[in-house]
Design a binder for this molecule. Structure first.
Ligand code: ADP
Length: 285
């Protein structure tokens, strides 16, 4: 069953009121976009900068609304009706690129509690929900820490805890690892995988890092506001020409497979991960 659908969605940003009168009319940033995300799945939306990924994220929980087509969250078409938006935002939790921009308090526990207070969760339930959300992102006991003392990865996990506290079914990550160092990225990616496998959250990874799509159940390639292809991670990530059409380069093991092929060494299958590459190289000895 699809928990998040985009049906023929087209979106154009309003024209800049300060633009000269003879400036060309705004063009759609997303055109006739279709997306069907199954409940409990892990989906990656891959595209280079400017392809429309953030816009897609913002359309998925009513931060933006399409001019035509429909976004459907758990069976309910997303309209600008206040109650509809309220429910969509509880179902679809969003984590953005910069954790500092997502904090509303300088203290971890208060920050995670903010959404719960806003959504009218009874006060006596809040400490336990904050503690559970922090534990789910490996930040148990950090309630009283100042957010500015945390590493990038810890900050992003606290931002994620704030989202998780509201128990959304769907987690949308919009370039959520892009500002982190390699350790921070790994921490956040591990946390996301755990939330998917253990808490059965539907995960939508919106990213330009091709490696982040390797474990996905389904990969969508977006280019210039259009979905140009979708399929399994293996189908999408082992075709250099298709990736090039989306302005992306293949994962290193895939590139290696084609380089070796050109040099006359043909591996039995195209590896997606370093482990698979090592296996294929050993096998070809
Ligand atoms: P991505 O997340 O893939 O980098 P975006 O969705 O942020 O892509 O942007 C897609 C296009 O929309 C870009 O050309 C960008 O300049 C334009 N855009 C993004 N936000 C706005 C805005 N608020 N007003 C006008 N144009 C915008």
């Amino acid at each position: 069953m699809a928990i998040l659908e985009f049906n023929d969605v087209t979106f154009t940003y309003p024209a800049d009121p300060d633009a000269p009168k003879d400036a060309p009319a705004s063009r759609p940033v997303l055109s006739h976009l279709n997306l069907q995300i199954e409940k409990g799945s892990f989906v990656a939306v891959l595209g280079h900068n400017g392809s429309g990924k953030s816009t897609l994220a913002k359309l998925s929980n009513g931060i933006l609304f399409p001019q035509s087509g429909q976004v459907i969250v758990d069976g309910t078409p997303l309209t600008q009706d206040e109650d509809v938006v309220y429910n969509a935002r509880r179902k679809v939790g969003m984590v953005f690129q910069n954790p500092d921009n997502q904090f509303v308090s300088t203290i971890v526990g208060e920050d995670v509690a903010f959404g719960l207070e806003n959504y009218g969760v009874p006060e006596d339930e809040i400490p336990a929900r904050v503690a559970a959300a922090l534990a789910a992102v490996d930040m148990a006991g950090y309630e009283n820490r100042a957010t500015h003392t945390l590493s990038g990865g810890q900050k992003q996990r606290v931002a994620l805890a704030g989202v998780l506290a509201l128990s959304p079914d769907i987690l949308v990550f919009d370039e959520a690892t892009a500002m982190l160092d390699p350790d921070g990225r790994q921490e956040v990616l591990r946390t996301i995988c755990r939330l998917h496998t253990q808490q059965h959250k539907t995960v939508v990874m919106i990213t330009h890092y091709i490696e982040e799509a390797i474990g996905a159940d389904r990969v969508y390639l977006i280019h210039n506001g259009k979905m140009i292809a979708d399929g399994t991670a293996r189908e999408m990530l082992t075709q250099p020409e298709l990736l090039a059409a989306a302005g992306l380069t293949p994962p290193m093991p895939v590139q290696m497979y084609y380089d070796l092929k050109q040099a006359g060494i043909v591996l039995a299958r195209c590896p997606l991960t370093l482990e698979e590459l090592a296996e294929e190289l050993c096998r070809s000895q």
